[in-house]
Design a protein around this ligand. Structure first.
Ligand code: FE2
Length: 191
């Protein structure tokens, strides 16, 4: 176990910016073109309108050791790709038995979850929502509002990230905008 000095980080609730991030990750449409249901529209946007920032993560780097508690903020920009709301890639934890806590800081979002057994869940999140991602649930967040959706995540250091399963199969549910409202629909391309 690495002995670390206690520290505090200031978090800007509107932007998700950390006072001293250990890392910053930008995810653009070009990083996840294949993850949107309407790939033709994603490709058209890339070609005709150019790349766009979908979400940004700012995090605290800690050793991947038992007992360490990494944490990060995520800001998802408002918008959609062919009607499908801007979203994170989403993942299972490599160690499926590890959970996570999400805390809403600003904006409106949905926490989309599923298990490998076929259960699905969609939880609304606003500023002040504390959502629990139990062990075994894949998780993706979606911006369903007109402003940035910003939230804070806390997990166990050894959880690890399995993005590959979602990149291959997708999520069972899609979050689509219909007349300005977010609706949950079955993903016809799942699996
Ligand atoms: Fe996670």
């Amino acid at each position: 176990m690495t002995l670390i000095q206690p520290f505090v980080t200031e978090v800007d609730f509107l932007s998700g910016a950390l006072s001293s991030p250990g890392y910053v990750i930008e995810r653009k449409l070009s990083d996840m073109t294949e993850m949107y249901a309407d790939r033709d529209e994603a490709t058209r946007i890339l070609t005709e309108e150019g790349d766009r920032l979908i979400y940004e993560v700012q995090g605290i780097e800690l050793p991947a050791e038992e007992g360490q508690i990494p944490h990060c903020s995520t800001r998802i920009l408002p918008g959609d790709i062919g009607g499908e709301c801007h979203m994170t890639k989403g993942h299972y934890h490599a160690r499926r038995e590890q959970g996570e806590v999400y805390f809403g800081l600003s904006g409106r979002g949905l926490l989309l979850m599923q298990t490998e057994d076929g259960d699905t869940s969609e939880l609304e999140m606003v500023a002040g929502s504390a959502a629990y991602v139990p062990p075994y649930w894949a998780h993706r967040t979606v911006n369903i509002g007109a402003e940035d959706f910003v939230f804070f995540s806390v997990w166990e250091a050894r959880a690890g990230h399995d993005y590959g399963t979602i990149e291959r199969d997708g999520f069972r549910k899609l979050i689509m905008l219909r007349d300005g409202e977010a609706v949950v629909v079955d993903n016809p391309k799942y699996g």
